[in-house]
Design a protein around this ligand. Structure first.
Ligand SMILES: C[S@@+](CC[C@H](N)C(=O)[O-])C[C@H]1O[C@@H](n2cnc3c(N)ncnc32)[C@H](O)[C@@H]1O
Length: 375
């Protein structure tokens, strides 16, 4: 029998369920949250409320063992906590560092301005010396030359990591792909095409410098905005590694995290251009729940064991009574057993109504919020 509307909405936490109108994209991606696209992040406003509800200040940093693009870290800093993020994906760690570092705004603006002046004076001649395997297919010749030039000059600056994030964001936009398939394009799009997103005929881009220039300016503004809302005295640390192997000393005031889920997203693959552009260490074989491993019974069992190992590694480093808050669409009901296996006790569980309306992944869906503590 189908659920009635009342039954469906019974466990929904209204405070955590926003409509697009309540919380438009511009606000969800405020300041540094929008330094680079990332598929599978949660919203900072959700983290803000979860921190206020559950995590006591002054008892240690907030930990996210699946840090991703750093939403928990950035919000923790804004809410007045120290914070630590772990991720197995090198680009995600670079993003977390770039978002949470403290910058001298004047020095940063001067460096970015200098890099943009050099880019403006650059004229492409011939094929660049650097052409990674995918680049010839995915970038038009002029775009490739401009990206290669920016990649080279980024090395001259103190803010290299942030310039490389600007470079990666620009490379993503400069790929010869359709506008509606930027997340996981399968094949380069070289000619005109009918664009579902813009409802007209579009053509793939030929150059990258317009993106480099626009995103560089946008990044400097976003970093300055975050500096203005971030209280003094709180810092973030980022650990690049497999969270199953964590040996963290703690004590942590709590965990706020959204783990990967089986068969949904390949976290390395979504930023493949960045790995190849920046020559980053690819550790995809250690990714838990990677979509490419599918949802066979064995893949799900390996996923559950992996997440339980991460939580078991975290548990001894928690301050007394510190909460482990997990946001996940647990459609397979895996988490009660995972928590038990990790030695954690589920103390609260509710749902939130997610109103996601981007691209062709339109529609609404629900997410679970689980709160656990050491048993
Ligand atoms: C759902 S995302 C987290 C998104 C994050 N809450 C945000 O807002 O950006 C899950 C993250 O877990 C990471 N991950 C997967 N397996 C991991 C492992 N074994 N150790 C550490 N991180 C892992 C992925 O790389 C991915 O960034």
């Amino acid at each position: 029998m189908a659920l009635t509307q009342d039954e469906l909405y019974r466990d929904i936490d209204d405070e955590l369920s926003w409509s697009e109108r309540d919380l438009p994209e511009r606000i969800r991606t405020k300041h540094v949250h929008r330094l680079h696209p990332y598929l599978g992040k949660f919203v900072p406003q959700l983290v803000e409320i979860l921190l206020d509800r559950y995590v006591e200040r002054g008892t240690g940093p907030v930990l996210d063992p699946f840090g991703g693009s750093g939403t928990t870290l950035v919000q923790s800093l804004e809410s007045g906590y120290d914070t630590v993020g772990v991720d197995v994906a090198a680009f995600n760690c670079q993003l977390m560092r770039a978002k949470t570092a403290r910058y001298d705004g004047v020095a940063l603006a001067a460096e970015v301005g200098d890099a943009l002046r050099r880019l403006a004076a650059f004229e492409a001649a011939g094929t660049p010396a650097w052409v990674p395997p995918f680049a010839r297919d995915w970038f038009a010749p002029a775009a490739l030359a401009e990206l290669a030039f920016f990649r080279e000059i980024a090395r001259d600056y103190e803010h290299r990591e942030l310039l490389e994030v600007i470079l990666a964001r620009s490379a993503r936009s400069a790929r010869q792909t359709t506008h509606f398939d930027l997340d996981f394009p399968r094949e380069p799009q070289r000619g005109e095409y009918w664009c579902y997103k813009h409802r007209r005929t579009c053509r793939p881009v030929g150059t990258a410098r317009q993106f480099l220039s626009r995103y560089a300016t946008d990044t400097v503004t976003r970093v300055a905005t975050f500096a203005g809302v971030r209280p003094a005295g709180y810092e973030a640390a980022v650990v690049h590694g497999d969270a199953r192997e964590l040996r963290l000393s703690g004590p942590f005031a709590g965990v706020v995290t959204s783990p990967p889920y089986p068969g949904l997203i390949d976290y390395h693959e979504q930023h493949r251009y960045a790995y190849e552009l920046l020559g980053l260490d690819d550790r995809r074989s250690l990714e838990l729940g990677a979509a490419e491993r599918g949802t066979s019974r064995a893949a799900i069992a390996a996923y559950a064991e992996g997440i339980a190992d991460v939580l078991a590694a975290v548990a001894p480093a928690l301050a007394p009574a510190a909460p482990v808050v997990i946001v996940v669409d647990d459609r397979r009901e895996l988490y009660p057993a995972i928590l038990e296996r990790a030695g954690l006790e589920l103390v609260e569980r509710y749902r939130r109504h997610v109103n996601r309306r981007t691209g062709r992944r339109a529609g609404e869906f629900f997410e679970d919020v689980l709160v656990a503590r050491a048993a």
